[in-house]
Design a protein around this ligand. Sequence first.
Ligand code: PHB
Length: 392
Amino acid sequence: MKKQLQSLKRIGFTVGMTAALAASSLAQAEDKLKVGLMLPATGTFAALGTAITNGFKQYVAESGGKLGGREIEYFVVDDESDPAKATENANKLVKRDHVDVLVGTVHSGVALAMAKVAKESNTLFIVPNAGADELTGPLCSPNIFRTSFTNWQPGYAMGQVAAAKKAKNVVTLTWKYAAGLQSVDGFKEAFEKAGGKVVKEMTLPFPNVEFQAYLTEIASIKPDAVYVFFAGAGATKFVKDYVAAGLNKTIPLYAPGFLTDGTLEAMGDAGQGLLTTLHYADGIKNAKNDAFRLNYAKTYKSQPDVYAVQGYDAAQLLAAGLKAVNGDFSKRAEMVKAMEAAKIDSPRGAFTLSKAHNPVQDFYLRKSEGRDNKVLEISAKALADPARGCKM
Ligand code: PHB
């Protein structure tokens, strides 16, 4: 009799606990999901931050304002693309605002600091641009995902193109920070494997735009081609200066597509006919891209670019995770699994993630024409970053 009573009590306890747990996860599901957007709103990458934000919010709006049944609440910090302020800025979102998910950023150096904060606080971190190889290399982690690229990827793709175009001696020029240096490394790896030679690697501090001395040196070296990594306002200034110096007439300029994405209008005539490699192009023909571009233009009264696509896909990836757990963010391991397995129906074409959580994707050779980066060909099919140093 005593035993029966005890087991009845136990059942009662279990039922009570289950009800309490269900109620708490229901309460959580009814709470808004806090998304921290840490992106540049000022400085040379300001326009890139805006495009990422637009893309992210577009997907959320297309999904009725909810992902996995959870309404989204945004917390925003302007990171100014300044690595010195990055830890403090990330902590504003993580420790002050208690965001569930950290989304950002454009600048590789800033993203590396964000990864540290995310790791220490076990915050889910989705990178919608910054290419720092380390994020999906030695720093790879179950809670770090990327919907963009590694710096290595478009550089490697362009190294193959430059070699195929029979360039033998190439000079490189970039800002001296992770993105530029790793982009050049990727280029050099493919280019030299195919028999080319990088004869000089030139750098200037980020985000300087005083290019004259470098252009003078390029003119005196007379390489077969120049490879550069620049983006945003700095890219516009560089291309205008390159053309003003007359170098475009004799020395082809090769670059990852960041040079010409979102910048062609500002470049004007100087930006025409440039060859770049990237995982997106304006004229890609697929139903998702058509719908994405139409809705973006309607909503924001401007044309989307690769940054908008990466922001849109960051929201898609988060949605894939949340859907798998019906919005219950406490089921992190299950969410991560679903994100790892997701096939993202991106405007760039569908992609999956590597084991290190970086997109495995096609790279296009593009040519700038008017305000568009038009596809010439797929230059590297399903290119995966080697994820050196990732132990996951
Ligand atoms: C980066 O810092 O990783 C970066 C910045 C701008 C780009 C691409 C990569 O367009």
